[in-house]
Design a protein around this ligand. Structure first.
Ligand SMILES: Cc1ncc(COP(=O)(O)O)c(C=O)c1O
Length: 425
């Protein structure tokens, strides 16, 4: 049963095909012989039967939208190769130069830094439209602080990631004259850009669009984003958070980097935490015009709060790891099809997602359900965490990160057990 918009996933993606894909797939995801897997399917896997990367044995961690395949192997090799350098500060700008080139920032094409020519560094400072930071979270926080300093309102969707709204709200608690407007998504859990536009006032200081949205996995079209930016007053910053952009499957989707480079009040945030599997390394970046760069620099310093030496090397290597990106996308896309088919089988409504996660309506209190799953070793996110005092659209939903095939099997198995009323629910 599918709720939501756009391309509908086709049922018929069976358990068997999913597991066969896992066995034939990139070796790293196969955990045993076909016979063992067939046996486990018959008996129903438990959390203790699988071993996730970077998680203690006996736990299935599909709660934080991390990469279930571990980290980019190229990044891991780069970390190992550069371990002996951690006594040094890394003042290098190789990563920002690389990202400027990747995003076709005007003037950087063909640009080379030269240690012999210090002027090349000055030139880069002028051209640079990228600020690298320890994860993208600090960018979100910095923008909340910058905007709250101007007073006015912050507009963000609900359900949405909400970290900027919470950052803004803390200024309210400190007695500052600011307010947060959380705009409910449409019934399909898509940003209601019309309603967000209608919420804009002359004193709006920050507008947030998470695209794809977390937790709902929905996307908004580029031209609608442009029209939202057009409606924003001059002083309002528009943050477009593209943490999950690599997972988008709509061929017509357009990212907002061009918009951020063209306008002087738009910032795009990106992260290495998801597609490259580097959440624990803390690497993110912002793209924006000169005004936004200056604003972020004034707040976070030229080096954006300082990425570690190892983080720099890991990020540069990850950007070249196409094989890992492809492997991740295969597991995520197959996992979404598998879950969709299983949710259909269980008669549960879900929303097609452009992220590495899905929301599903389990028809009962999501906190109790996530608690019951947790007691069975499965960590998912309760939808009730995405409510405000006024709006609670996901009170019966779970947000499930796409894990390895065996991890998803455990989740489905335990969900089914709980829904079927088996013991320890
Ligand atoms: C929408 C969104 N933005 C930003 C972040 C922060 O990511 P990080 O600080 O790891 O780059 C997350 C993390 O889950 C997220 O879901």
């Amino acid at each position: 049963m599918i709720m939501g918009f756009g391309s509908v996933l086709k049922n018929g993606f069976t358990r068997r095909r999913f597991m066969k894909g896992a066995l034939l797939g990139a070796g790293a995801v196969a955990t045993g012989s076909a016979w063992e897997i067939a046996q486990a399917m018959a008996t129903g896997k438990k959390a203790g039967d699988v071993r996730g990367y970077g998680v203690e044995p006996g736990r299935v961690n599909i709660g934080s939208n991390e990469n279930p395949l571990g980290a980019s192997p190229r990044a891991v090799a780069a970390i190992a190769e550069n371990l002996h350098k951690i006594n040094r500060y890394d003042f290098g700008v190789d990563l920002p130069v690389r990202l400027n080139k990747q995003h076709n920032v005007p003037g950087v094409e063909g640009f080379e830094l030269s240690f012999e020519d210090m002027r090349s560094f000055m030139r880069f400072r002028e051209l640079n439209r990228v600020m690298v930071t320890p994860g993208s979270g600090p960018i979100l926080q910095a923008l909340a602080v910058i905007a709250a300093g101007n007073g006015g309102e912050c507009i963000e969707a609900v359900p949405g990631y909400g970290s900027v709204a919470r950052g803004f709200q803390s200024f309210q608690m400190m007695g500052k004259d600011v307010s947060v407007v959380r705009v409910p998504t449409t019934g399909d859990f898509v940003h209601d850009l019309g309603a967000m536009k209608a919420a804009i006032t002359p004193t709006t200081s920050l507008i947030v669009v998470t695209n794809p949205n977390n937790p709902t996995g929905t996307i908004v079209p580029y031209d609608e984003l442009v029209s939202l930016v057009d409606a924003a007053p001059e002083q309002a910053i528009v943050l477009i958070d593209e943490a999950y952009i690599h997972f988008v499957r709509d061929p017509n989707y357009q990212d907002a980097v061009k918009l951020a480079l063209e306008r002087d009040n738009v910032v795009v945030a990106r992260t290495f935490s998801k597609i490259y599997g580097l959440a624990g390394m803390r690497i993110g970046y912002a793209v924006g015009g000169q005004r936004m760069m200056n604003m972020l620099m004034a707040h976070m310093g030229f080096f954006g709060g300082g990425l570690s030496t190892l983080g720099m090397h890991a990020a540069l290597a990850a950007l070249d790891d196409d094989e890992f990106v492809d492997r991740t996308l295969t597991v995520v896309n197959d996992g979404k099809e598998y879950l969709s088919a299983e949710f259909d089988r269980l008669g549960l409504a879900y929303t097609p997602s452009h992220g590495n996660y899905m929301i599903v309506d389990v028809g009962r209190d999501s906190r109790r359900m996530s608690g019951a799953l947790f007691r069975r070793g499965v960590m998912v996110r309760s939808g009730s965490g995405y409510r405000t005092r006024e709006v609670d659209l996901l009170g019966n939903h779970l947000r499930v990160t796409i894990g390895k095939p065996d991890e998803l099997e455990v989740f489905v198995n335990e969900l089914e057990n709980i829904l079927g009323g088996s013991s320890q629910g």
